[in-house]
Design a protein around this ligand. Structure first.
Ligand code: ZN
Ligand code: ZN
Ligand code: ZN
Ligand code: ZN
Length: 376
């Protein structure tokens, strides 16, 4: 029996096994599948180079890859371990259907949310078997395998296992961005860690006079006060009686124009018992955003339900639980009625064009929306 046939039997056996053993069995199947595919590909690689192995010979347990093939194995593993929905390597938890298809936490939650909205049973996009929080389990082996795969340090561009990258970028990388220790008295210098000692030894800030420092500190106090104001207003919103929040997923679409334009829209969602939609556009629908280096995203909130009275709301977009988009909180207000059911387009507060491109490159944009209803 070939290894492929064995795997098929293994997959088919999993759903029939007892429900208690299902989780472990399914994890095993996925691991087996990963190992199986890798082994099969290794076998192919070896067949290409050497003579056919004797079929009567017992199969070799583990064949070492020749030097230089390692990178290719990693690349092959990317496609084995990626989420079958978004095709990205999962950043956090990995779930699997009863047949072992992998889904990242973000996609899994969204499939469940979509099915709730459509009032349909959620199914695995690969094999159409039913999925739910009870039927699907996490796959720790895949989560750990992903954390061992190499990824580039954003500063020095050397490769590290995902699991140790955070420590490297925060504490060890010689090229990580650092700030002068006299930042507290106004030094704006920032640069790679290995240049820090040289800068600090010649930094002009410690020799400034008290009067000069007073001016700098005054400016810093003011920007601190602005930040405090924002956070205080968020805290006072949190005291409201009616607060709703949800994960929203902006999905890319194209307009029907002669030259189509990219825009984003979320599926309908329910917050505070009303139905809503969010839309977003690139560079405020400029004709050719691809010709400009500057990239921005703006969004609008649209009330889809009919209301009997004006709905006075504050709303706020923040980073969601499954994406690492850095959003600076900005509170917006709007009075929603049947005539004024759309807000103006307001900027999505991301740091810069680089961050914006990161969002455009991703398949979807996952954020969290808060709506606070102002009651009179
Ligand atoms: Zn996914
Ligand atoms: Zn499936
Ligand atoms: Zn580094
Ligand atoms: Zn300095």
């Amino acid at each position: 029996m070939s290894s492929l046939e064995e795997r098929d039997v293994g997959v088919a056996a999993a759903p029939g096994s007892s429900s208690a053993g299902l989780g472990v069995g399914a994890v095993g199947v996925a691991v087996e599948a990963v190992a199986g595919v890798a082994a099969m590909q290794e076998e192919v690689a070896i067949r290409r180079e050497g003579p056919e192995p004797d079929p009567d010979e017992p199969p070799k347990k583990r064949v070492k890859l020749p030097e230089g093939e390692a990178g290719k194995l990693e690349e092959r593993l990317y496609s084995v371990l990626c989420c079958t929905v978004c095709l990205d390597l999962p950043k956090a938890s990995v779930y699997q259907c009863t047949n072992g298809h992998l889904m990242c936490a973000g996609c899994f939650i969204h499939l469940l949310a979509d099915s709730r909205l459509k009032e349909e049973q959620a199914t695995c996009p690969n094999c159409r078997c039913e999925i739910s929080k009870n039927l699907c389990c996490r796959n720790l082996a895949v989560e750990k395998a992903v954390s061992e795969l190499p990824t580039d340090c954003t500063f020095c561009l050397k490769q590290f296992p995902r699991s140790s990258l955070e420590r490297h970028q925060k504490e060890e990388c010689q090229d990580r961005v650092t700030q002068c220790k006299y930042k507290r008295i106004g030094c704006p210098w920032q640069g790679p860690f290995h240049e820090l000692p040289a800068h600090e030894s010649e930094c002009s800030h410690p020799t400034k006079t008290g009067t000069e420092l007073m001016g700098i500190l005054g400016e810093m106090d003011q920007s601190h006060r602005r930040d405090m104001q924002l956070y205080n207003s968020i805290f006072s919103l949190l005291c409201y009686e009616k607060i709703g929040f949800t994960e929203v997923q902006f999905r890319p679409y194209r307009t029907d124009d002669f030259i189509t334009r990219l825009y984003y829209e979320t599926p309908r969602f329910t917050v505070l018992n009303q139905t809503w939609v969010l839309k977003a556009r690139v560079n405020d629908s400029e004709r050719n955003p691809n010709l400009s280096c500057k990239r921005t995203l703006s969004f609008q909130l649209i009330l889809k339900s009919k209301v009997n009275s004006v709905l006075e709301c504050s709303f706020l977009l923040l980073k969601g639980p499954y994406d690492d988009v850095w959003i600076k909180p900005v509170i917006h207000h709007h009075s929603f009625s049947n005539d004024t059911n759309e807000t103006d387009y307001v900027p999505l507060p991301i740091s810069d064009s680089v961050e914006c491109n990161k969002l455009l490159a991703a398949k979807n944009i996952n954020l969290r929306l808060f709506i606070f209803q102002v009651q009179k």
